[in-house]
Design a binder for this molecule. Sequence first.
Ligand code: FAD
Ligand code: NAD
Length: 457
Amino acid sequence: METADVIVIGSGQGGVPLAADFAKAGRNVVLFERDALGGSCINYGCTPSKAFLAAAHAAGRARQAAKLGIHAHVEIDFYTVMERVRSIRSQFNQGTKRRLESAGVRVVCAEAAFTGERTVSGGGVTVQAPIIVINTGTSSTIPDIPGLAETPYLTNRNFFDLQQIPPRLLVVGGGYIALELGQMARLGSQTELIVRGDRLLAQEESDVSAVLADAFKQDGIGLHFNVTVQQVAYTNDVFALTLNNGEVLNGEALLIATGRKPNTGALNSAVTGVELDAQGFIKIDDQFQTTCAGIYAIGDAAKQPAFTHVSWEDYRRLKAILCGEQRTRNDRVLGYAVYTEPQVGRVGMTLEQAQKQGISAREVTLPMAHIARSIEWGHDLGFYRMVIDTQTNSILGATLVGYETAELVHVFLSLMEAKATWQVLEQSVHIHPTYGEALPSLARLLVGDNMPTCPNM
Ligand SMILES: Cc1cc2nc3c(=O)[nH]c(=O)nc-3n(C[C@H](O)[C@H](O)[C@H](O)COP(=O)(O)OP(=O)(O)OC[C@H]3O[C@@H](n4cnc5c(N)ncnc54)[C@H](O)[C@@H]3O)c2cc1C
Ligand SMILES: NC(=O)c1ccc[n+]([C@@H]2O[C@H](COP(=O)([O-])OP(=O)(O)OC[C@H]3O[C@@H](n4cnc5c(N)ncnc54)[C@H](O)[C@@H]3O)[C@@H](O)[C@H]2O)c1
């Protein structure tokens, strides 16, 4: 058996920089990875999906330019679209490999499992270390639908291997992945979304769902709410989905996007005293430590909000903790975005969430029709919303739905990180005519006088 200073299981967004930093500092580090280096973000998640959406949204924007009087003929070279996606993914994946190699991390390309106390084995290698970090991420959950397992359905794992555009795409799910990849409609697939609930992105406020539903209808996407798939068949290269309302939907491709499960089944974690919760996520304390001293877990597998920036921030905090600093994972402002068009930029609490916590909260909302920039640019879908604490005047959260709001929401992230009051935003002089100008306008709705909230409106 070998010994090391640090073992990292999984080359996710936190594991890679952590392994590289410790190796560069002269520690003996072994990293196990059973699949492509760089984890889901680089290979099957953020990187390929956002490179893909760059093409889909370019096509969508070109078509929507008709309302500005610009009539474009859109021709899709799907092979080139997907080769570009794959080449960016490969570039990032190779970058991860070089980063680990140059730092001196020993990479074992194999599935790892615990075989004893703080002992990990995989690919014929057994290593023991005083510090072990688990960063094994999640995989798609596949619903138990009769017939599905026998068909060549897609998940986010093989979606980006597509060589030809399916004329008709069926998508099961109404969450992040279903919506983002469902906008393949913009590249020309006739797309149908099969949603078991009554709205898209059900965890968001209902008017967010309504805006996205409008946008999807404008893209020609069929929305089927309150339905489940009872049977899947695949004959002559065509899927047939029988819904519980009797309807049958056909398509050349079927994407399953029904949520994620933690990659902890293969870890045999009980051997070393690492406990899992009922869903299989690794239990951790405020400082990322599992139920076994010396073993830590970060990222999606530890039930952190499943975003790359969270796993990456986990790494920064865990590294500080391992270097003796007093840090926790509980004092950070976290935002996220959905890269549909229009985008959803979110941070902090909604009004409902704040009220459930007993906070005296208030929200203000500014529709797109009240924003000069959006009228000038012809972006009429969406709204900006801010939630504040009426006693402390602190900003509790924001929901921005509209053009490139994943960028704009960072204004709120920074204000909230700085613990600024809404008055700081209200007094800010933003540039005319920008989308950003509408953020002080939003805050001015709280002043309650009859003054205009910004120029020209
Ligand atoms: C389609 C899609 C789009 C996404 N888009 C975004 C986005 O735009 N923005 C965003 O912030 N987040 C996005 N996410 C989420 C994001 O990808 C994850 O939150 C992020 O990758 C963090 O994951 P992680 O670090 O926990 O582990 P992962 O990146 O999942 O990596 C875990 C690694 O561990 C390996 N592994 C698992 N078990 C073992 C084992 N026993 N032995 C060895 N290796 C093992 C896996 O092979 C994998 O490589 C997206 C996800 C998907 C699926
Ligand atoms: N932009 C981003 O940051 C981004 C993009 C993609 C994914 N992600 C991350 O990945 C996570 C997973 O995304 P996701 O889209 O897989 O999950 P999700 O939880 O967002 O959506 C799952 C959807 O599947 C539906 N569903 C679940 N079980 C079903 C069943 N048996 N039959 C029919 N429908 C079913 C749910 O009702 C929901 O609509 C997200 O929560 C997010 O954290 C982030």
